[in-house]
Write a protein that binds this ligand. Structure first.
Ligand code: LHQ
Length: 259
């Protein structure tokens, strides 16, 4: 447990809470290291089947801690991005378990990137997304320039990245940036319910589905069809597939073991 990141495990669900509410959960080096290590350790833990990433207090995450950047020992920006941010984004994208961003408040800069890198997003009514990079003379990082055009199309991505307009929760829902908007006091209940649905699913199939969706973005249809066939071969050989068929036959809910 590190200052600035709270990790809770509740059965098959891990909840990671960015926890520096006094600075709107801005990201410091220790928090980034802890987040990366937690994600990498969850990725190896077969007992955890879904992850929720959220923020303490009124913000999801205000991005890089700007006060930390003023310190004389702060790493050069390129190094910071390569060594501290990129591994977090890679961990989120490569882990087998699905990750839900429960966006409880403002998600700015790299905080927005974190939410975009999650597999699913739900937002509280008061949440908003803002890239914020341009306002301090920086470019979108931590995957923001890659996720935005894919999630929203290039026109909307340009609008967000170049004009830095905040996107409120209602607009985020309309744009498809979030799956659901709920009252703030229902956010974690909704996130947990979504996580539980994912945790009840077949872990191997979910991990392979994540892989297929990720890969689809850089391949043509022919390669995708080929890839799907291979992945189906793997999923089809799993005990969970047999359990799914048995459950269907016996008209009962399946009990997937991740095997
Ligand atoms: C903060 C922060 C913050 C420290 C609020 N840091 N304290 C950058 C560089 C290096 C490597 C690679 O990547 C990046 C990527 C990035 O993330 S760039 C983008 C960095 N983030 C921002 O530019 C956002 C800065 N924050 C804001 O614009 C506002 O705080 C927002 C719009 C998020 C919220 O506004 P308000 O609701 O009005 O809150 P506030 O501004 O009053 O903030 C509350 C406190 O949180 C305040 O502290 P104080 O002691 O005065 O109460 C802020 O200083 C602190 N805080 N963001 N990023």
């Amino acid at each position: 447990m590190t200052e600035g990141l709270r990790v809770e495990v509740d059965g098959p669900i891990a909840i990671l809470t960015l926890d520096r509410p006094e600075a709107l959960n801005a990201l410091t080096v220790p928090v980034k290291v802890a987040l990366r290590e937690s994600l990498e350790s969850i990725a190896e833990d077969r007992a955890i089947r879904a992850v929720i990433l959220t923020g303490a207090g009124r913000a999801f995450c205000a991005g890089q801690d700007l006060a930390e950047r003023e310190r004389p020992d702060a790493a050069p920006l390129e190094v910071e991005v390569r060594e501290r941010y990129n591994p977090i984004i890679r961990a989120l994208r490569s882990m087998g378990q699905p990750v839900i961003a429960a966006v409880n408040g403002v998600a700015a800069g790299a905080g927005a990137s974190l939410a975009l890198a999650c597999d699913l997003r739900i937002a509280a009514e008061g949440a908003r997304f803002m890239l914020a990079f341009g306002r301090i003379g920086l470019v979108p990082d931590s995957g923001a320039s890659w996720f935005l055009p894919r999630l929203l199309g290039t026109a909307k991505a340009a609008e967000l990245a170049l004009l830095d307009d905040p996107v409120n929760a209602a607009d985020a829902l309309r744009l498809g940036l979030v799956s659901k908007v709920v009252p703030a006091d229902e956010l974690m209940t909704e996130a947990r319910a979504m996580a539980q649905r994912l945790a009840d699913g077949a872990p191997l199939a979910i991990a392979l589905t994540k892989q297929a969706l990720e890969r689809s973005l850089s391949i043509d249809l022919d390669e995708a069809l080929d890839g799907e066939a291979k992945l189906q071969g793997i999923a089809g050989a799993s005990a969970d597939h047999a359990e799914g068929l048995a459950a269907f036959r016996e008209k009962r809910p399946p009990r997937f073991e991740g095997l």
